[in-house]
Design a protein around this ligand. Structure first.
Ligand SMILES: C[S@@+](CC[C@H](N)C(=O)[O-])C[C@H]1O[C@@H](n2cnc3c(N)ncnc32)[C@H](O)[C@@H]1O
Length: 237
C-alpha cells in the first residue's frame, strides 16, 4: 500500500464521529453550498444509478437522493467512514431503499464497464497517486452521456491567498486541537495538501486530465472566494 493511501486510511479512521459537524464548521458552513452545487450539476433522472466515490459519511449520497430521486451506490475505502454512512442510511427511510454502500478503492472499482448513469467524487484526488489514471478508472464505469461531477477544496488567488494561508496553517490546526487529536492532525495536513494538489495539477491541467479521460464539455465553478471548486462534464461527448 502506498504511503498516501496509508495516511488517508489512518486519518479518516479517526474522524467519522464528528465529521459532518466539524467539516461544516471549519469551512464556515460553505461545504454544504459546495455539495449542493455539485449535486445540481449531476441532473440525474429519478431511478437512474449514480456512483458516489469517496462517499465518506454519505452526505453527497443523501443529497443526490433528496435532489434527484435517483439510486446511489456510495463507495469509500474507509470502513470507519462507511460505518457512519450506514447509520445515516439506516436512520432515514427515504435513503434505506435507495442507497447501497460498498467498501472499495477509486483506483480499482469493483464494477463493470458502464454500470452507472452518472458519477460524483468528493475531496478524492489529493489521496490518489495518479489522478489521470484514477479519472480513467472512474469514467470506465459511466455510460456515454453520463455526468461526472466533483468537489474539491481550492486555493484562493489575489488578496484572499494570504488570509487563506493564515487560516489553513494556523487557524485550522488550532481549531482542530479543540476538537480532538485526529482533527488537529487533519487540520495540519489540509493546507499543505490542498496547495500540493494545485502545484502539481493546476485547474487547467486537471481539466486537461478530465478531457483525456473521455469527459467533454468540462465546466469549472470556483466558489466562496476560491476556497472550493466544483468541476463537471459529460462522458463521451
Ligand atoms: C473528506 S472525505 C469526503 C467525504 C464526503 N464525500 C463529503 O462530502 O464530505 C474524503 C473521503 O475519501 C475517501 N478516500 C480517500 N481516498 C480514497 C480512495 N482512493 N478510494 C476510495 N475512497 C477514498 C476517504 O476515506 C474519505 O472518506
Amino acid at each position: 500500500m502506498d504511503s498516501r493511501k496509508e495516511h488517508a486510511l489512518e486519518m479518516f479512521a479517526q474522524l467519522p464521529g464528528s465529521y459532518d459537524e466539524v467539516a461544516a464548521a471549519f469551512s464556515f458552513l460553505q461545504d454544504g453550498r459546495w455539495r449542493k452545487a455539485m449535486v445540481a450539476a449531476v441532473a440525474a433522472r429519478p431511478g437512474e444509478r449514480v456512483l458516489d466515490v469517496a462517499c465518506g459519511t454519505g452526505l453527497v449520497s443523501a443529497a443526490l437522493v433528496g435532489r434527484w430521486g435517483c439510486e446511489v451506490v456510495g463507495l469509500d475505502q474507509s470502513a470507519a467512514m462507511l460505518a457512519r454512512a450506514r447509520r445515516r442510511v439506516a436512520a432515514d427511510p427515504r435513503l434505506a431503499g435507495r442507497v447501497g454502500l460498498v467498501q472499495g478503492e477509486a483506483e480499482a472499482l469493483p464494477f463493470a464497464d458502464r454500470e452507472f448513469d452518472h458519477l460524483t467524487f468528493t475531496y478524492l484526488m489529493r489521496y490518489v497517486e495518479d489522478p489521470g489514471e484514477t479519472l480513467r478508472e472512474l469514467v470506465r464505469v459511466v455510460k456515454p452521456g453520463g455526468r461526472v461531477a466533483c468537489l474539491e477544496f481550492c486555493v484562493p488567488t489575489g488578496i484572499w491567498l494570504w488570509p487563506w494561508r493564515l487560516y489553513t496553517r494556523i487557524g485550522l490546526p488550532a481549531l482542530g486541537r479543540l476538537v480532538s487529536r485526529g482533527w488537529y492532525e487533519a487540520g495540519r495536513f489540509l493546507g499543505p495538501s490542498i496547495e500540493g494538489l494545485y502545484r502539481a495539477y493546476p485547474l487547467a491541467r486537471q481539466v486537461a486530465l478530465w478531457e483525456a479521460a473521455g469527459i467533454g464539455r468540462v465546466s469549472v465553478r470556483r466558489m466562496s472566494l476560491g476556497g472550493g471548486v466544483v468541476i463537471w462534464g459529460t462522458v463521451g461527448v
